[in-house]
Write a protein that binds this ligand. Structure first.
Ligand code: ADP
Length: 465
């Protein structure tokens, strides 16, 4: 059974982990899709700005004609390719204020609802003449060369567009005294990038419903699993405790029943019937055993009651008279055993209202246990005091003690620390349950302090009005 529960818990944990992994995968996929959709949405909203006449002429006419001049110088070997790019970049920087102002104005009219940065970067400049290809510039995709717009951190930006500007490029090649007109095809490739401020927050906000629902379902499944496993374990414990109880009660009933059976056979014996002494002795045995059986049944009946079922018949008593009598009676019942009792009952008189029958049985359960679970020389200290409107009773023993884990369980019905060990110390696991129910019925509390192999102290507090 224990193995089955362990396997069940393991299987549930593995299933839960698998479920969380799948859920995480699905959420990260959704996140990626949401991100793509968000960028696409932004791209659609701003796609027309770039084509507007003002921006187009700044790029292809102002910047483009400047580029042609530099290319002409390059073809006449006056400057290098690097210089062409450097000068073109400088030109772009000069007209960028104009470019940016116009772009941002148009962006404001679109009113996206979130902030974006735009950047146009240079990808390549190539000259073609028939099959001849002259590459002036080709960007390293890790570090794009910004032409227009604002600076964008490389890892924060998303490319929304790649454009290709194709035009004719004619220039005069100076060969000595002669000027020869040459014609090339000019191709300029650019990339449009955007950076959306706080895009992670915006996407997470859009996914909030999904995230909250997933978290809620996840917690719900964990809660359900925790509840089911807890229920299973407690059900298993109840089963074990019930089996222990049945074993214990069967053992307790066996002895008097066996004695009764022998006694009844003895009574049928003619010789015994003729001897009045032997006959009476056997009858006394029958009486004692039936009394023991009755006591056992009463113990199960009364000790199984909960505080709600107990009807108290309270009477007023004087504390020290009551406790001194109780201690004397207890001493008398244990006179054949090696039990020392230290009486530290409160001296001054306090009036208590208790049900003496139930209260006495409750205290005797604790005192009996101190002997049952005691060591060879049992010493019991019974101490009482009146403190903060409470009457406090402490019963301390020097017995085998109870481990911390067990301390929380011993007030449970049928719970025994020596589980199932019926031959060692007899008991039904009902004594402390009954005691705690009686104390509760008196609106009091019971607490335990114990250390294995040192001893146990029970502290009972009863409110005194
Ligand atoms: P029972 O004595 O019939 O088993 P109780 O309800 O009186 O049932 O006690 C529950 C368990 O608590 C006992 O089985 C015993 O293991 C433990 N116990 C109770 N009192 C003491 C004590 N004074 N010292 C050590 N163990 C104790």
């Amino acid at each position: 059974m224990k193995n089955k529960i362990t396997i069940l818990i393991l299987a549930s944990v593995i299933a839960l982990l698998a479920l969380s992994a799948i859920q995480t995968y699905l959420i990260s996929n959704t996140y990626q899709l949401e991100k793509d959709a968000f960028i696409e949405e932004t791209k659609q909203a701003i796609s027309n700005i770039d084509d507007e006449k003002e921006l187009d002429s700044l790029f292809s006419e102002v910047w483009g004609s400047d580029l042609r001049n530099h290319l002409s110088d390059y073809k006449n070997k006056r400057i290098s390719k690097i210089e062409v790019v450097r000068r073109s970049k400088l030109k772009a920087e000069n007209i960028n204020i104009q470019y940016n102002t116009f772009y941002n104005k148009r962006l404001e009219t679109i009113n996206l609802g979130y902030e974006i940065k735009y950047q146009k970067s240079l990808k390549s400049i190539v000259l073609f003449q028939g099959n001849l290809v002259d590459s002036i510039f080709s960007s390293n995709s890790l570090k794009p060369l910004k032409l227009f717009g604002e600076n964008i951190q490389n890892n924060e930006g998303s490319r929304i567009n790649s454009s290709r500007w194709f035009s004719e490029f004619d220039y005069f090649d100076v060969q000595g005294e002669n000027l020869i007109s040459k014609s090339y095809d000019l191709e300029v490739k650019t990339d449009d990038m955007i950076e959306i401020k706080n895009w992670k927050h915006i996407i997470l906000r859009r996914m909030a419903g999904l995230l909250i629902a997933s978290l809620f379902i996840f917690l719900f499944v964990i809660g359900l699993l925790y509840y089911s496993i807890n229920k299973l374990i407690s059900q298993k414990k109840i089963d074990e405790v019930k089996t222990d109880f049945i074993n214990n009660i069967t053992h307790e009933l066996k002895t008097p029943l066996a004695t009764l059976s022998i006694a009844s056979k003895t009574l049928k014996n003619k010789e015994i019937q003729n001897s009045s002494v032997a006959f009476n002795n056997t009858l006394n045995i029958v009486d004692r055993q039936s009394e023991r059986l009755q006591k056992l049944i009463d113990q199960v009946m009364t000790n199984s009651l909960s505080s709600k079922d107990i009807v108290l018949n309270k009477e007023q008593i004087v504390d020290n008279t009551y406790f001194n009598n109780l201690i004397e009676d207890f001493k008398l019942s244990k006179q054949h055993k090696n039990v020392g009792i230290r009486n530290e009952v409160f001296m001054s008189e306090v009036l208590l209202r208790i049900d003496t029958f139930h209260f006495t049985t409750a205290l005797l359960n604790i005192l009996d246990n101190a002997v049952k679970y005691g060591k060879e020389d049992t010493v019991i200290i019974i101490k009482t005091e009146f403190k903060n409107n409470n009457y406090v009773i402490q019963i301390q023993d020097n017995g085998i003690g109870i481990s911390e884990k067990q301390q929380q369980l011993i007030f449970n019905k049928f719970h025994r620390v020596i589980e199932g060990n019926v031959h060692n110390v007899k008991g039904l696991g009902l004594g402390l349950y009954y005691t705690s129910q009686i104390i509760r019925a008196h609106q009091g509390t019971i607490a335990i302090q114990s250390e294995p192999n040192v001893g146990t102290t029970f502290t009972i507090k009863i409110p005194v009005n």
